[in-house]
Design a protein around this ligand. Sequence first.
Ligand code: UDP
Ligand code: MN
Length: 358
Amino acid sequence: MRISLRKCVKIAICLFISVFSIILYFHDNFEKSFKTQGQSFGQKQHGVVGPVDQHSDTELSRKQRNAMSVETIKDDEKEKTHKVLPRLKSKNSTTEIDDIFIAVKATKKYHNRRLKLLLDTWIPQAREETYIFTDGDDKLDVPDGHLINTNCSNTHNRIALSCKMAVEYDFFMFTGKRWFCHLDDDTYLNVPGLLKLLQSYNHTDDWYLGRPSLRHPIEVMKRSNPEQKIAFWFATGGAGFCISRSLALKMMPHASGGRFMTTSDMIRLPDDCTVGFIINNLLQKELTVIDRFHSHLEALFLIHNLKEQLTFSYSDNNIVHIDGFSKNQDPTRLYSLHCMLFPTADICDTLRKGHTVA
Ligand code: UDP
Ligand code: MN
């Protein structure tokens, strides 16, 4: 069969148009699907714990760009745009109180005995930032969702304590905040002091801030090889400690989604030791000693310049030495400390009138 040159050209043009249309069609759809994936990646990034979190730096700068582009939009459009775009703080902006996640480990049997003091004193200064991780439901004066029943056992053993810490950690990762700070339910926190401390460190670097109660690294035997000892530093949970988000992200392979318990089982040590093991031994990151954190494992009556300190706990016969309310009104001395720091706080008025709150 003979085909004329004209026909050949016609066929060629038709073919070209068809192929070009097909390419255009697929290109368009590819771009649409790519954009959709990009958006959902960004949304996931905002909260869900998962391997995606490891890309947070790139994601953050992507969101920063979004936030910056809002500034170039006309005023009347701003309102509308703000509702659509996530309002993320710039990486370089100062850390504020709402950048801090404060986890308080609690147990239901001490809700009245211990949490009351915290709720009367420092928690109102960081009401939205503080979450209580406990082992039973209760009606406490905290915002909705801030009392978390971990369903962990209500004992003081390693498994129960590590179980609560694991939940604290996962919850923090979900929030996307800059700093994870852990406290026990017998710990007083100087909220403005903590904020000032964290403002002097960069959350995008790896920081483990706390105070060890031992003068030497703790040593454990390797389960797989009992001859071999592992030594590492850990910050005592009872004095409180803080971890930057950057470091918390690196802890994920050993801590997230139940892996904290597995790690704790490996060394057979409780929650705070497990945190130290992950950071100082597995990740080879230093503990930065903050000697203004205090637990009742040190002699509290020896501490002076109380206003400079950041945390205190107490035990039956180990309390800070401070003038103030009567022993009967304030057996732990922590109300007196709070009212020395913040004399105008409501609770101080009540105590000054001679009422007992504890
Ligand atoms: N805790 C607990 N279950 C218990 C006893 C204590 O979860 O049965 C928690 C308690 O709420 C606190 C921490 O463990 O946050 C430390 O408890 P405690 O101060 O009694 O002991 P410490 O370890 O400081 O000697
Ligand atoms: Mn304690």
